[in-house]
Design a protein around this ligand. Structure first.
Ligand code: FES
Length: 102
């Protein structure tokens, strides 16, 4: 079974920004959008850019290299040049701690 990893408290994640973490060999970017937390692979599907270094706006993160736009909740690209979705990782809050399954 894929393990859950404690990555902090909800307040550790600034709204509208990304937080990079390395979990079980996976580079993961954790995002908070209002009350919702999301975790995506920290790699653009078009190249090697880190999405945790991208610009967050309107529920999307913009790749810092060629400006592909990914929906943070789904990982699906809304704008090229990327055409493949970014992998999503499950996120939950247990007893006030944020956990990511990876
Ligand atoms: Fe992200 Fe090219 S590396 S759009």
């Amino acid at each position: 079974m894929t393990p859950w990893h404690d990555v902090g408290e909800p307040g550790d994640f600034p709204d509208g920004a990304a937080w990079p973490v390395r979990l079980n060999g996976h580079e993961v970017a954790v995002f908070r959008l209002g009350d919702a937390l999301h975790a995506l692979a920290d790699r653009c599907t078009h190249g090697m850019a880190r999405l945790s270094e991208g610009y967050v706006e309107d529920g999307c993160v913009e790749c810092p290299l060629h400006q592909a736009l990914f929906d943070i909740a789904t990982g699906v690209p809304r704008c090229g040049p990327a055409t493949e979705a970014v992998r999503r990782f499950p996120v939950r809050v247990v007893a006030g701690r944020v956990e990511v399954q990876a």
